[in-house]
Design a protein around this ligand. Structure first.
Ligand SMILES: [Zn+2]
Length: 66
């Protein structure tokens, strides 16, 4: 067991690796951070309905067509 920075996201349960931005920790992504923030604010935050996205490293918040 190595004391790594690997923790589980309290929102989605994904493993938070070094790929996750430190400012979003302990969450895996900005989306999960917003979800937690929304809970704090009383669900008044605008949370995207699409929560079935794969965390492949490609954050497609907007429609980014290549
Ligand atoms: Zn997460």
């Amino acid at each position: 067991m190595s004391p790594n920075d690997q923790r589980k996201c309290p929102i989605c349960g994904h493993l938070v690796t070094e790929q996750a931005e430190p400012r979003f920790k302990p969450f895996c992504s900005k989306r999960c951070a917003n979800v937690d923030l929304g809970r704090w604010l009383g669900d008044t935050y605008a949370i995207p309905a699409t929560e079935q996205e794969d965390e492949d490293g490609e954050s497609s918040d907007m429609s980014g067509n290549a």
